[in-house]
Structures are given as structure tokens and as C-alpha cells.
Design a protein. Structure first.
Length: 609
């Protein structure tokens, strides 16, 4: 059940503190959001190419749905082709995410828990380094997060208000999520299905149709329109909409993120996370019971036998699991508690799916809301279900709803235990608030401190400023100065494997369909086509960035993968400059010092290849 409502004055103070927290972290992280060497260039440059008339997928490869680059291209058209346009888009999306998270949490958990939830998402998602929402690895992730949350908010409002337009709106947001990033679209679709199936018998089909028709109509119309102007392989095969076409390098990447490179260890770490939460819960319950009674024995004596046995079993099993994993298997016990989120979601699905007799409409709405949120949360975590990260580029965008559920359970698990012990319940509430507040304050301070204390240096251009590591700043500033002096505005430049930030910041067109060439995107035939395109367009300058790609099972571009393309470059181009401290012509990808090599086409190189 939701917590007791706070007073109006307390509400204003807590909301003001949350707003100040956002503003403070935004200021401390100012312009430190983008990664120029990994993914960032694609997010900057793809909308520019669309704005110039190139067609997504056919002319500009994009791994995700078309909504985000289309939207960012429209924002460029209205507000200008500038980094500040993207920063503003990310900031607005972040604020909307936090507002919806607060609204959802307030609905199911009460005001105080909603504030804690908002702070949890603020710290572990929005401003998490290497996974922030202001300039993410892909804007499809941020917009997909927002659309998934909007679908949930509309669906849960339908549950409580019974107005059909909210269910239709939930379907619209789900359809938009499906053309933005599939994991959020699938999760929103699963949430809609759970909502419909939780309806009373006889109303399920009607609810399912009302919610699903816009959810399906939007992607059918959008992708149908795209398929009418391009071959199906361009859309389905090249963007891996059909799993059979996923290359082994991306399979390797996803297996690593899921923890399948050592599944037994991954499962043991998940169990350790669950056990650690069990130990913390048992300690909180025991301490609260002791503070609420004359003695610990007296406190236990006031509990019903079944709950007393459950508390003892919880403590023993949790401690035993931790000891077994740590001593017998040498498994880490201090893993992130977020590893337990899939178990939490599954438990809440079981709880929400059980129908109960003689419950009030409010209680039934609460149960159904938790069911929809839990189904969404477990579905959105599917990609990392065995190894949920505590943020970062592979976690920040998946976590808001699971964190909402985590906070809901964490701030209310004691209530059934202490239903007849109000004094113990009051102590438990205070202890939990202190634990959450301390952990969140410490995490916020650490994140802010890292933004302030880490070394950053500016890359300033006519299209905006970003702060990066000093070594990267020197290399990018040198390369951009070289481009300004040596390449004409209409000259193509190619930056590999992920350097199209040079195209955007240097305002030079990109010659290839691909903005990034990490392992797996080009097969041997694709390499030959890329070579033909570089030759036909007489690309004068090619830039090679020190960007190792070990996470794909291939460490270095041109040495461990894309050998044909790199061989053609070395045969037809000379190294004319190397930008970066302690870097030279002999520098190789994987070296400690960051560098950018500039290759210039040889005068004798044939125009056709």
C-alpha cells in the first residue's frame, strides 16, 4: 500500500531538493556528456545527412528505428545544426522521464517513495557517466525510454480512471516506441498485453484490440512506407530485424553483456545479489522489531508464527547462499543489488497475477498497476536479464521501471510483517528512508565529484563545444584544424572505425553509407562495396582513430578485422599527420595514447579503385 501522504510543506521541500539536485548535476557535468570516439559521431551526423535529403537505411545506415534520427533532423531544421540542439533534446527528454517516473511511483508507492525513486533514476540513469541521458550512445535509447514510460503512464491511468482514450494513447506511445528502439517497444507491448489480460473476463479482447491497434498500425505504416522505396534486405537484413542475420561479432557482444561467456558464474552472482538483499531485509526487520519492543525475543513473540518462521528462513537462506558462493565457488558477494532486479520483477508478476476476492477497487487497481509495471520491467531487462548493470550505456536506459519497483518493494516490504506492530513499522520506515537517502546522497556526491575532478579539455567548433579527456581533445582539435586547412567544404572525409564526429564538427560530408564500422557491420562483399564507394567519390582524406573494439571479439580495425579495407587504404593512401600526444606513424590501435592518423590519397592512386 502507498505510504502515508506527506504534508504540503514537506512535498514542496522534497520536490525543490530534487530539482536542485538535477540542476546541480547538470551544471557539474556541463558539456561532458558526448563520446566523440564511440557512437557519438553517428548521433551527431546521421540527422544532418537526413536533413540534406539522404534516405535512412538506404543512404544512411542506422541500427535502430527511424524515429530518433528523424526527430533530431527536425530539431536541427528548427533550432540549427548544433550540439546545443542535441543537448537540449536530451535535457528535455531527461526531465520528462523523471516527471513520468515520479508520477508512476507516486501512484503505486506514495509521495516519499516517489521522491526516492526519482532520485534513484536521476543518479543511476540520467547522469551516470558513460550512460547519461543528455547525450546518450543513441538518442533512440532515451526517446525509447520516454515512450515506454509514457505508454505505462497512460495504461495505468486507464486502469484507475476507466477512460478508453488512455488505453488508445498507451497504444500510440507503444507504436512510437516500436519505431524507436525495439526493446522498449516490446516491453511496452508486453505491458499492454498484461493490462488487457488483467481485465475482467469479457473485457479482455476489447481492451487488447483498443490498445494494440495503434501499437501495430504505426510500425506497419512506417516500415511499409520505407519498404516501398527500398529493398527488404536494406531494412530487415542490414539492421538485424530478423535474428538469423545477426553477425557473430554482435552475438559475441550480446553474449558478453548477458554474462553467457561464464553462465554459471553469472547465475551465482545473481543469487548473491538476491541473498545480499535478503540479509539487509532481515537485519532491518530484526532491528525494527527490537526497537519497537522491550526485547528482541518479545518482538519476535508478537509476530504470527508463520511470519516468524519466514523471517528466520529468509535470514538463514540468504546468509547460507552468500557463504556458499564466496567460500566454495569464490564468487563475488559484493555485486550490485541491481543484479536481483529480474527476480524482483518476476516475484511481483506472480503477486500481481493472483486474483483476490473481496478487495477494494483501489487495491485491485494497485495490484494491476504493479503487474503491468513488472511485466514491462522484466521484458525490458531481457537483454541483460542475467547480468543487470548498475547503469552505463548498457543499463541506464533499461533501469527506470525496474528501479521504481525496487524502491516500491524496498520502502514497503516491512508492512505485511509489522501489520500488528505499528511501533516496529515506524522504526522500519525511518531506517529504510535513512538507508536509501544515504546511498543516494553518496552516489550523487561521487558522480558529481568525478565530473569535477576528472580531467576534461574542450573541443570548440562552430557547431558546438564538448568536453572530453585531454588526450582526445588534443587529437580532435588537431584533426579538425587539419581538415579546416586541407579539405574543401564539399570534400568527403572518412573517419574509421567510429569517427564521424569529425564529419559533423568539421562540417564535411561522409562518403559511406555507414557512420560507424565496428566489427560485424561489413562482410567481405560489403568491404568491397565500401572500397568502390571510397574510390568513386575520390575521398582525399581518411582518418583512423585509436578505438579498440575488443568487446566485439576483434581488437583492432585493419589488423583483426576489415583487413581488405585497411589493405586498400594503405596501398592507396599515405600517412601525412598523426594527432595526439606521444603518437607517431608507428602508433597502432590499442596503444595507450589516443591518436588520430590522417591518410591522404596518393597522387598516383587510380580514380576507380
Amino acid at each position: 500500500m502507498p505510504q502515508v501522504e506527506s504534508g504540503a510543506g514537506e512535498k514542496r521541500v522534497l520536490l525543490a531538493v530534487t530539482a536542485i539536485g538535477f540542476a546541480t548535476l547538470f551544471a557539474l557535468s556541463w558539456q561532458k556528456w558526448a563520446n566523440l570516439a564511440i557512437d557519438g559521431g553517428r548521433e551527431m551526423n546521421t540527422p544532418v545527412r537526413l536533413l540534406r535529403g539522404e534516405l535512412i537505411y538506404a543512404d544512411v545506415y542506422y541500427l535502430y528505428g527511424p524515429l530518433a534520427p528523424w526527430l533530431n533532423a527536425a530539431l536541427y531544421a528548427v533550432f540549427g545544426v548544433h550540439l546545443n540542439t542535441l543537448y537540449a533534446a536530451g535535457a528535455v527528454a531527461s526531465i520528462l522521464v523523471l516527471l513520468i517516473v515520479f508520477q508512476l511511483a507516486n501512484r503505486v508507492s506514495g509521495f516519499r517513495a516517489a521522491v526516492l525513486t526519482t532520485w534513484t533514476v536521476l543518479v543511476f540513469c540520467v547522469f551516470k557517466r558513460n550512460g547519461n541521458y543528455i547525450f546518450p550512445y543513441t538518442y533512440s535509447a532515451v526517446y525509447g525510454t520516454l515512450l515506454g514510460l509514457a505508454s505505462l503512464a497512460a495504461g495505468i491511468r486507464y486502469i484507475h480512471e476507466r477512460r478508453a482514450r488512455w488505453l488508445t494513447l498507451a497504444g500510440v506511445f507503444t507504436g512510437l516506441a516500436l519505431i524507436c528502439k525495439l526493446e522498449f517497444g516490446f516491453a511496452a507491448t508486453a505491458g499492454l498485453a498484461a493490462l488487457a489480460l488483467s481485465e475482467a473476463r469479457g473485457a479482455r479482447v476489447r481492451a487488447l484490440v483498443r490498445g494494440m491497434w495503434p501499437a501495430l498500425a504505426i510500425p506497419v505504416i512506417v516500415y511499409g512506407g520505407l519498404l516501398s522505396v527500398m529493398p527488404w534486405q536494406t531494412l530487415v537484413k542490414d539492421t538485424y530485424l530478423w535474428p538469423a542475420y545477426i553477425p557473430r561479432e554482435l552475438i559475441y557482444f550480446n553474449r558478453t553483456k548477458l554474462g553467457l561467456n561464464d553462465p554459471a558464474k553469472t547465475v551465482r552472482e545473481l543469487l548473491s545479489a538476491v541473498a545480499m538483499l535478503g540479509v539487509i531485509a532481515a537485519i532491518v526487520l530484526a532491528l525494527s522489531a527490537r526497537l519497537g519492543a522491550r526485547s528482541f525475543r518479545a518482538a519476535l513473540g508478537t509476530l504470527p508464527p508463520r511470519r516468524r518462521r519466514s523471517l528466520v528462513i529468509l535470514a538463514c537462506v540468504s546468509v547460507g547462499t552468500l557463504l556458499a558462493n564466496a567460500w566454495l565457488f569464490r564468487t563475488r558477494w559484493d555485486v550490485s543489488p541491481f543484479r536481483a532486479l529480474p527476480v524482483l520483477c518476476a516475484g511481483l508478476i506472480w503477486f500481481g497475477a493472483r486474483r483476490r476476492d473481496a478487495v477494494s477497487p483501489d487495491d485491485d487497481g494497485q495490484r494491476r498497476s504493479l503487474l503491468v509495471l513488472s511485466v514491462y520491467g522484466l521484458t525490458v531487462l531481457a537483454r541483460v536479464v542475467l547480468r543487470v548493470p548498475s547503469g552505463g550505456s548498457n543499463g541506464s536506459y533499461l533501469l527506470p521501471v525496474p528501479l521504481l519497483l525496487f524502491t516500491h518493494v524496498g520502502t514497503g516490504f516491512y508492512r505485511p510483517v509489522f501489520a500488528s506492530l505499528p511501533a516496529a513499522a515506524a522504526h522500519a520506515r525511518r531506517i529504510i528512508v535513512v538507508l536509501f537517502s544515504t546511498a543516494l546522497a553518496a552516489s550523487a556526491i561521487v558522480i558529481g565529484y568525478r565530473y569535477v575532478r576528472s580531467d576534461y579539455a574542450a573541443v570548440r567548433t562552430a557547431r558546438g563545444t564538448t568536453q572530453v579527456a585531454p588526450a582526445q581533445s588534443r587529437a580532435f582539435n588537431g584533426a579538425l584544424a587539419f581538415i579546416a586547412q586541407s579539405a574543401q567544404p564539399a570534400d568527403y572525409i572518412c573517419a574509421l572505425p567510429e569517427g564521424s564526429s569529425l564529419n559533423f564538427l568539421g562540417d564535411r560530408p561522409a562518403p559511406l553509407r555507414y557512420e560507424i564500422l565496428t566489427p560485424g557491420f561489413l562482410d567481405p562483399l560489403g568491404e568491397r562495396r565500401a572500397i568502390e564507394q571510397l574510390a568513386t567519390r575520390q575521398v582525399r582524406f581518411i582518418f583512423l582513430l585509436n578505438r579498440p573494439t575488443i568487446e566485439f571479439g576483434c581488437r583492432a580495425f585493419g589488423r583483426d578485422c576489415y583487413l581488405d579495407l585497411m589493405g586498400w587504404i594503405e596501398a592507396n593512401y599515405d600517412v601525412v599527420a598523426v594527432f595526439g600526444e606521444r603518437a607517431g606513424t608507428g602508433s597502432e590501435i590499442g596503444d595507450q595514447a589516443f591518436f588520430i592518423k590522417a591518410y591522404r590519397r596518393k597522387a598516383a592512386a587510380p580514380a576507380g579503385g
